[in-house]
Design a protein around this ligand. Sequence first.
Ligand code: GLA
Length: 377
Amino acid sequence: MTDTFRELYGREAEKRGIAPGRVNLIGEHTDYNGGFVLPTVIPQRTVVELATRADDLVQVSSTNVGRPVAAYRLAAEARSGTWLDYVQGITRVLGDARHAIRGADLRIDSSVPLGSGLSSSAALEIALLRAFRAAFALAIDDVPLAKLGQRAENEFVGAPCGIMDQMACSLAEDGVALFLDTRTLEYDRVLLPAGADLVVVNSGVSHSVAGADYATRRRECEQAASILGVRQLRDVPLAGLDRTVSGLPDTLRRRVRHVATEDQRVLDAVAAMRSGDLALLGDLFYASHASMRNDYQVSIAEIDLLVDLAREDPRVYGARLTGGGFGGSIVALAEKGTGRRVGERLATEYHARTGHSATVLVPPQGRDQGPRFGSEA
Ligand code: GLA
C-alpha cells in the first residue's frame, strides 16, 4: 500500500497535474533533425499532487520508489543522478524563467513504465509543470510548457532529447495523433484510423535517453549535416539521396538515409491515415522499422523478434520499434477488435523464446478494443 498525500504530509493536496505517456506512431530520431513526428498518447499517466508551502522547501515523494521523502531548497537544486533530477530540473527552469513559485510538497504516482520508450520522463515533466502552473497561477501556454520540460531535461538532467515527447505529453489528445513539424512547432491533429487497433508491447528490455548511444546518434547527425552543408538533416532532399550521401563515411551515410526517408514516411503516414489506407500505413511501419534497424542501428534482437512475430500474424497491418531504441517497446497496427489478443500472443511467444516478460500496454487490460484514451489535465 502506498501512502496517501495526507499520510505523507499531514494535510490534503491542493492541486493535481496529470500527463499521459506517449507512443510515437512514426517519425523516429527526426525531432532533433528538425523533421516530422506523429505521436499519440497512451492511457498510462503520471499524476503529481501538490500543496504549496510558505517557504522555499520542496519535498518530494514518489510511489514508484517507496515512501522516502526527498527534500531540497528552490534555487539550490543540485544534480544527483537520480529521478529527483527531473523535479529539480523543473523548479530550476521555472526559477530561471522568472516564474514566481514557492516551495511545495509533492507526491508523484505514475503508471507509465520507466525505460519503456513511452516517455515516462516527459510525462513526469509535464505533470509537474501542470501542477506548478495550477498552484501558482503561472501564465504558461501548452507549447512553452513543453519547451520548459525539454529545457529541464537537456540542461539539468543532461539528456539531449528533442522536443517530440514534451510536445506529445503536453498537446496530444485521445484518439488523435499529433502531426508535428519539430522545426516550426506547427502541428495538426490527425484522427487515428477507425478501422484499426493500436497495440503497444513493452519488451521489458530497458531504454534510457540519457544513455551514450542516443547522444552519439545525435552527434553523427550534426556532423553529417555540417559535411553536407545543410542546417539540419531535415534539409536533405529525398530526390537524388544516393548521390547526396555517396561521399560520406558509411555510418553517416546510413544516418542521413534513415532521417531523410523517415521524414517522408511521416508525410506518407499522415496521408494514409487521412484516407484510411491501413495496408499502406502498416507497410510504412515495417519500412520505418527496417530503416531504424539497418541504417540508424538503434534496434536490438528482442525488439526485432517482437516485430517479426507481429509480421507472422495475419491480423497485423504493420509494426515497428517506437521511441529512442536500444530496448523499449513496439507499436503495431492490428485489425479492429483484435488488438488485445494480438498483443497477448506476441507477449506469450516472446516469453517462450527469450525468457523476458513483455507487457501489453495498449489496448489496456480488460479492453478488447483499443483505445479510447483519456488525457485529463
Ligand atoms: C526519445 C527522445 C525524443 C526522440 C525519440 C526518438 O524519445 O526523447 O526526443 O528523439 O527518442 O525519436
